[in-house]
Design a binder for this molecule. Structure first.
Ligand SMILES: Cc1cc2nc3c(=O)[nH]c(=O)nc-3n(C[C@H](O)[C@H](O)[C@H](O)COP(=O)(O)OP(=O)(O)OC[C@H]3O[C@@H](n4cnc5c(N)ncnc54)[C@H](O)[C@@H]3O)c2cc1C
Length: 366
């Protein structure tokens, strides 16, 4: 991003806004909104641009939340944190860890801003731990009319659920109060599996604290990931030079650079994709793996190179049906699919709000 050009993470979308503001407080954000309103320009908010769509782009007024970057309060006793919206999940994770706390669930990365993650229902996986916005206790928002509004179960309760996936349409979020948890470890087991077996034992697999799987087209197999929550303890990572080189060879040279180069090659000849996929699965996903560590290190992983993704939400009881239909469609239409289809399981209501509305359980593919 240069001074005027904003580009999303994947590099697919960019914009050159006429006006760019960087408020550092709720009051400055309010003034920004009022000023734009007087000029008659529309505002859009830019977090860290990780949305794979053009949703954070505008050629009119763009508000960057990069200066709303303070964590205002961490309360160990009540396990809450009050933070400005431009703090990244990574910064929040690090600061919570210093206080023996953690976010209860995370997605694949922590580079997003809190504001962005909480605007788009960002989620990890695990039916007992909802999408990230289910931990919101209170939101401070500047509306399009320049009013400062608090949203919580007690204040503006009708907006509270809408605020879990508002996509920036409610206004400019400046601060959030979140319910966090005591820090914890995850014990992770990963294994290759046939798709049929994965789908057959899904009800059992979903008893894990956190479970997801990837379907790997062309290689026609699945890779399961399940994690069990354990009390936090520091796990030293002692590696000798040989293990270090071995890891670099496997994860970086093969799993990243070679794979990326081959996919680049396949942009000239799509027929190579099934062979590349099969080779990749042989190299990376051929035997079970166990690991453990603090929650952030186990939830997050390296998403490797820039990529375009899309994501669909489907009722959980349709999981098998949907995946099998996708597999059939790939075969029948002879589609060449170069990246795996990830299937995660989430609830979209917090335990508290589910007292009012029954939990909706979803899986999503991405
Ligand atoms: C490599 C990668 C991995 C990902 N992994 C996951 C994952 O595991 N799970 C998942 O669910 N998603 C995932 N995502 C998607 C990502 O979490 C969302 O797109 C998230 O919104 C990005 O946050 P951001 O700060 O970049 O927001 P942006 O992309 O900048 O903005 C997203 C939306 O939020 C609005 N917004 C941002 N901040 C505010 C604010 N303060 N007030 C009002 N509106 C605001 C913007 O206007 C826009 O509509 C991933 C994306 C990438 C690129």
């Amino acid at each position: 991003m240069n001074q005027n050009r904003f580009i999303n993470w994947s590099g697919q979308y960019q914009c050159v806004p006429t006006f760019v503001y960087h408020p550092s407080s709720t009051e400055e954000a309010r003034q920004t909104v009022c000023q734009s309103s007087e000029m008659g320009t529309k505002i859009r908010v830019f977090g860290s641009g990780h949305s794979p769509s053009d949703i954070a782009m505008s050629n009119e007024t763009l508000v960057s939340i990069d200066r709303l970057n303070l964590i205002l309060n961490i309360d160990y006793e009540f396990k809450t944190v009050v933070t400005q919206a431009g703090v990244t999940l990574k910064e929040l994770n690090q600061n919570l860890a210093k206080h023996g706390l953690a976010l209860p669930n995370l997605g694949s990365i922590s580079d997003q801003t809190i504001g962005g993650a909480m605007s788009t229902a960002t989620h990890g996986t695990g039916l007992n731990y909802g999408i990230l916005p289910t931990i919101i206790q209170e939101i401070t928002l500047v509306t399009g009319l320049g009013e400062i509004v608090k949203i919580s179960m007690d204040e503006n309760p009708k907006l509270f659920n809408a605020a879990k996936c508002h996509l920036g349409s409610l206004g400019l979020v400046t601060e959030l109060k979140l319910q966090v948890t005591k820090e914890f470890n995850l014990e992770v087991h990963e294994q290759p599996q046939t798709l049929e077996t994965v789908l057959h034992k899904l009800p059992e697999s979903l008893q894990s604290d956190h479970y997801r799987f990837w379907y790997l087209p062309h290689a026609d197999m699945a890779w399961e990931w399940s994690a069990t929550r354990r009390p936090y303890r520091k796990i030293p990572t002692i590696q000798n030079a040989f293990q270090h080189i071995q890891q670099w060879y496997h994860e970086k040279l093969i799993g990243y650079y070679t794979f990326e180069a081959l996919l680049y090659l396949a942009t000239y000849n799509q027929n190579l994709i099934p062979y590349i996929n099969s080779w990749y699965v042989q190299q990376m996903f051929n035997e079970p793996k166990d690991s453990q560590g603090d929650s952030v290190s186990q939830f997050n992983f390296d998403c490797l190179f820039k990529q375009q993704v899309n994501e669909w939400s489907i009722p959980i009881e349709k999981t098998a049906d949907a995946i099998l239909q996708i597999r059939k469609m790939i075969q029948e239409k002879d589609y060449k699919i170069h990246l795996p289809i990830e299937v995660r399981f989430v609830v979209i209501q917090s335990k508290r709000s589910s007292q009012h509305s029954k939990n909706r359980r979803l899986f999503n593919t991405g």
